[in-house]
Design a protein around this ligand. Structure first.
Ligand code: KDG
Length: 310
């Protein structure tokens, strides 16, 4: 299961500044629900919990997540609006993201929002550093969720997912570390891992986390692939060579690919291959989650000359 903020998302259709955009596409986006959708498509039954405003955009969020087959536990907040994210493509090779989420319904998440039994009955809880930094109550909410998961023997997955717009690095570092130290599986890029302890390099930080009890540290290197540090090995996997259109959401698809592989009993090498394929496919079209693949699509991508798929 996942917990987090899902926002309404406007993106420009054409390349160029938002200042002159005349046509916007409305959708939704949120790191944790992106992971949830991707997991669901990969055959893992998944639930999402979060707050939305009592407004049309909140309804849009909930409707879209339900349409993807997720079990949705939405808390409607009459006091706040659904958060908003706007994406532009200033050039064909770049994407910029703007948030309108301060004081949003999603940021009002708190520990009382999470019903008893909901976490305890899951195989895995996935949370991210975004929720840890959007507000104090949201941080307390997912912190309590992580503690409940650990007490119930539920696996905890944490994606550092640092957003500098939410908190400066010096404030964020120790908060994110407190979540990483309580997770079984930690995902992050090299800079995100360094944020946890600026005096150490990513491999040393992975070692520190493993000694503290984490099971696996998954280092996301974008186009350069990924590596998994576990107590007795380091497994590396190259990325796929693709034409990148939009990288936003690729990290979430990667996480879902990895977690689904783990829950499906794949070894680390095959989990990484699936994860890299999910990230690559996501980068090849616009939208934060729409291109998240099914298993059959991964198979076609990885073995393009294979027999036609019925
Ligand atoms: O990882 C993709 C996310 O960045 C996006 O969908 C929205 O949750 C989001 C965020 O805060 O950036």
């Amino acid at each position: 299961m996942t917990i987090g903020e899902t926002m309404a998302l406007f993106r420009t259709r054409e390349i160029g500044s938002l200042r002159h955009a005349s046509d916007l596409v409305l959708g939704i986006g949120g790191a944790e629900s992106n992971v949830a959708i991707a997991l669901q498509r990969l055959g893992v039954s998944t639930s999402w919990l979060g707050r939305v405003g009592a407004d049309a955009l909140g309804e849009r969020v909930v409707r879209e997540l339900r349409a993807e087959g997720l079990q949705v536990h939405d808390i409607i907040d009459p006091q706040a609006s659904t958060g908003l994210m706007v994406k532009e493509r200033p050039t064909s090779a770049s994407t910029s993201v703007y948030y309108y989420r301060s004081g949003s319904a999603g940021s009002h998440l708190n520990a009382d929002d999470i019903p008893s039994g909901w976490i305890e009955d899951s195989a895995l809880l996935h949370v991210s550093g975004i929720t840890a930094l959007i507000s104090e109550s949201a941080r307390e909410g997912i912190s309590a969720a992580v503690d409940r998961a650990r007490a119930a023997g539920v696996l905890v997955s944490f994606d550092i997912n640092y957003r500098s717009a939410l908190a400066p690095a010096e404030h964020a570092g120790h908060i994110l570390r407190s979540f990483a130290e309580r997770a079984d599986i930690v995902f992050g890029g090299p800079e995100e891992l360094t944020l946890l302890n600026p005096d150490r390099d990513p491999a040393q930080i992975a070692g520190d986390l493993l000694r503290g009890g984490c099971r696996e540290i998954v280092l996301k290197r974008g186009a350069d692939g990924a590596a998994v540090f576990s107590p007795d090995s380091v497994v590396e996997s190259p990325g796929f060579i693709i034409d990148v259109l939009d990288t936003v959401g690729a990290g979430d698809a990667f996480v879902a690919g990895y977690l689904s592989g783990m829950l499906h009993g794949l070894d680390v090498t095959d989990r990484l291959r699936r994860a890299n394929a999910c990230g690559a496919l996501l980068c090849m079209s616009p939208g934060d989650w729409e291109a998240s693949p099914r298993l059959v699509e991964i198979e076609r991508f990885v073995h393009p000359s294979g027999d036609p798929v019925a």
